[in-house]
Design a protein around this ligand. Structure first.
Ligand code: IPD
Length: 304
């Protein structure tokens, strides 16, 4: 493609930092929070204001590009082959509302439906994850120590451990899952049956993973897998804006993404189902297959 990825990356970092200031300055008030499909599906005025800000800047600099954002999405809009900015103004809105400091703005540029630039920024921790296709993934963060007076901004290549250990099975893994906002129907059954099997003891047919984590932000989960802090992350129900940036950050860090349902090794960022696995010299495909064996017959269905 003709697009200058470095230039887009610089702009997305700039936009993410400014949006982060808006998020930190906002004081969400529980009574003023709106709901979408049910009482667990939240949206705030800040989500909308941040997305409007992002649109204004990106449209001015790249008027020919498409835009897909959580708050301006209309049913049926599809990701196309055109260069498209993909934006989740606050990934982790439930955390935002409760002031639980695990949320981010997630920004990506996709071309031919594949992310080529990704930026994920948590304004509370000021951790900034980013990637350009073919150039690896990085975490930029302030570091405070006796020798770096007072604070130094450091840039780390991901994963943190350049020689990550092999993956040795689910019973040696820390696994991220999310509750999401849909709490009924078939996809909910698939979710909680899988959670129970992952966590349960071997005697009862479970895998007994080290533990399950549900930190409330799909994009930051991808980044945690990219960093090597989480071994596997599995979810259904997310949208392209939740995952596009994190997906690139993970794959540029040597991780892989397979389908959340058994059998598909090449899911797409708009497919609404995925399993993300950290970089490892061995055991990536084996752990996906082991995980697939846990999922109830038929798996997720997000075709509707
Ligand atoms: C949500 C978060 C959450 C995931 C949901 C997403 P939002 O995004 O990523 O972890 O479980 O499926 O919708 O609504 O806070 O942008």
């Amino acid at each position: 493609d003709q697009v200058n990825h470095e230039e887009v990356h610089s702009l997305l970092v700039e936009v993410a930092l400014a949006a982060g200031d808006m998020i930190v300055a906002a004081r969400p008030h529980i009574a003023a929070v709106g709901t979408k499909q049910n009482s667990a599906d939240l949206v705030t005025e800040t989500d909308k204001a941040v997305e409007q800000y992002v649109i204004a800047i990106l449209k001015e600099k790249y008027p020919g590009f498409d835009f897909l954002g959580e708050e301006t999405y209309t049913t049926g809009k599809k990701l196309t082959d055109k260069p498209t900015f993909i934006c989740d103004p606050i990934d982790g809105t439930v955390n935002f509302v409760h002031t639980f400091p695990n949320l981010c703005i997630s920004l990506a540029l996709a071309i031919h439906k594949k992310p080529v630039v990704g930026v994920v920024y948590n304004p509370y921790t000021t951790h900034l994850y980013s990637a350009i296709r073919g150039q690896g993934s990085f975490l930029t963060m302030p570091v405070r120590s006796k020798s770096t007076a007072p604070i130094e901004t450091c840039r780390f290549r991901l994963p943190h451990n350049p020689n990550p250990p092999p993956l040795e099975g689910l019973d040696k893994s820390l696994v991220a899952v999310e509750w999401g906002s849909h709490r009924s129907g078939r996809n909910w059954d698939v979710k909680y049956e899988t959670f129970a099997k992952l966590a349960g003891s071997r005697e009862q047919g479970g895998k007994m993973v080290h533990s399950l984590r549900s930190m409330g932000s799909a994009a930051l989960n991808f980044c945690a897998v990219a960093a090597g802090q989480i071994d596997v992350y599995w979810e259904g129900g997310c949208w392209a804006w939740d995952v596009a940036a994190g997906w690139l950050i993970l794959t540029e860090a040597g991780g892989i993404v397979a389908d959340a349902n058994p059998g598909n090794w090449s899911p797409t960022v708009d497919g609404r189902r995925y399993m993300a696995v950290r970089a490892a010299p061995a055991g990536q495909r084996e752990i996906v297959e082991e995980f697939w064996s846990v999922i109830p017959q038929g798996g997720y269905d997000y075709s509707a």
